[in-house]
Design a binder for this molecule. Sequence first.
Ligand code: FES
Length: 166
Amino acid sequence: MNRARVSGINLTMDTHNQDIFDGLAAMDDADTVRISVCGTCIDCSNAGEAGIGAGARLFEKMTEARDGHPCRDVLQIEKIRCLMACTEGCTLTIGARGKMKYLLGRLEPSDDLVEQVLDFAAMYAASPSGVTPNHEWPPLLAPHFIGRVPPCEPNDPGWEDDGADL
Ligand code: FES
């Protein structure tokens, strides 16, 4: 096992993970991951007035961090309006054509969290179904997953939800 530094944090890179990140170099536009950040979330921590604009700040931080991320070429970030999970703000979705889509929430625009969202998005990009083993997720992210939505037409029709991966 070796360790690699990806987007400012140390990730444990076993052979499987190394293959994932190496494989990103072979991707084309069809593999682009779309990260949709709710720009209208007003509060990440129930802090009232102090939280106003938090979603917009998260979008700005995500965009800045993406520009310095090694997988930036396959990560597209957009700012959208309400994802209808306002009580769990700040929120964003991670999705791609034909893949499981994820909704994350309770996010604050901190450097570590933003970088780990991008690292997860890179793992997601390398997965044909979008499903990744939860024991390989960046460590800060687990409490932020709110939901997932299956694709209408999966890229990987052979994938079965056997409960092993999320
Ligand atoms: S305002 Fe962000 S989820 Fe509703």
